[in-house]
Design a protein around this ligand. Structure first.
Ligand code: ASP
Length: 320
């Protein structure tokens, strides 16, 4: 099946890259449905909207939040779910099967209506999409994309700050290997006017030039610095990320940068009164637990946004 832009219609389409979303109306549509999903969960009024549908989740990389929130989303809406963790260790990938064949097989063995995929290759979701008869939802592909994460991130920003325009978002940490910032940066450019970003990273972890140029090409004003103190006082969102150990060649290289930024109570004293600290999680040591009770610490609420927005995306893709 071809990968098509959303163009106002999610039904039956893959969602493999954030670039498929091109208008603020499409974002608003997801959020409108996510708000309905929030009400369903909060009022404990599950309605079986996706009864009879089957959602397969196949994960080749570790996951806590993405995996369980998709599982939760399918269950809250009454769909059947087929959750498979540990694909890289236990599936026929070990025997040398291609991703294309695995996707074709899964469709036959499960009769899934949608396949949620996490995989370490940058182009995995595209490969899967081209070989799938049902929509593929990208739940994290390599270092490149995490589109559903960026949807939940933006939903959280809207919830915390009440707007999607005029935002200064500081993205901090491993901008080279991290995939969440790559999707979020692009979505912020579609979401509103006058959004600008500061990328905070040491030289070793700077965002790739090609990616920065691409986002600048979407009209983004992007500054780069290695000093978090330069941005903290002016940021509306401090989007902190983990140094992605799994992508480093040597332990030594990782050790050199692993503690590059630590958000603590002292740093938070310099931040605005109204702002949000976010993190896709897991955190290793980038935010001290002492910050967790700060009202501006949004990273636990951010996870719940994942449930609502993934419910919304499944519903929009399966039923429109
Ligand atoms: N959970 C996020 C991801 O899968 C962030 C991370 O792993 O650091 O990309």
């Amino acid at each position: 099946m071809e990968i098509l832009p959303i163009e106002g219609r999610f039904k039956g389409k893959h969602f493999v890259t954030i670039s498929q979303i091109r208008t603020v109306d499409e974002i608003e549509r997801i959020f409108e449905v996510a708000d309905e999903m929030k009400a369903i969960v909060e009022d404990k009024k599950a309605n079986g909207d996706l009864a009879g549908y089957c959602v397969a989740e196949i994960f080749y990389q570790p996951s806590t939040r993405t995996f369980t929130s998709f599982l939760g989303a399918a269950n809250w809406l009454g769909a059947m779910s087929i959750p498979v963790h540990g694909m890289s260790a236990y599936s026929s990938a070990v025997k040398g099967e291609s991703l294309a064949d695995t996707i074709r097989s899964l469709y036959q063995t499960t009769a899934a209506d949608v396949i949620v995929l996490r995989h370490p290759d940058d182009d995995s979701s595209e490969v899967a999409a081209q070989n799938s008869e049902v929509p593929i939802v990208n739940a994290g592909s390599g270092k490149k994309e995490h589109p559903t994460q960026s949807v939940l991130d933006l939903y959280t920003i809207r919830q915390e700050l009440g707007k999607m325009d005029d935002l200064h978002v500081a993205m901090v940490g491993d901008l080279k290997n991290g995939r969440t910032i790559k999707s979020l940066a692009k979505l912020l450019m579609v979401a509103g006017k006058n959004n600008r970003m500061t990328f905070v990273a040491p030289d070793e972890l700077k965002a790739p030039e090609g990616f920065i140029e691409e986002v600048r090409g979407m009209g983004a004003e992007i500054e780069e610095t290695d000093d978090i103190e330069n941005v903290v006082a002016d940021a509306d969102v401090l989007y902190v990320t983990r140094v992605q150990k799994e992508w480093f060649d040597t332990e030594e290289d990782y050790e050199k940068v692993k503690g590059c930024y630590v958000v603590d109570e002292e740093l938070m004293k310099k931040a605005k009164k109204k702002m949000a600290v976010m993190h896709p999680l897991p955190r290793v040591n980038e935010i001290v637990t002492g910050v967790d009770d700060d009202p501006r610490a949004a990273y636990f609420r951010q996870m719940r946004s994942g449930l609502y927005t993934r419910m919304a995306l499944l519903k929009l893709i399966l039923r429109g």
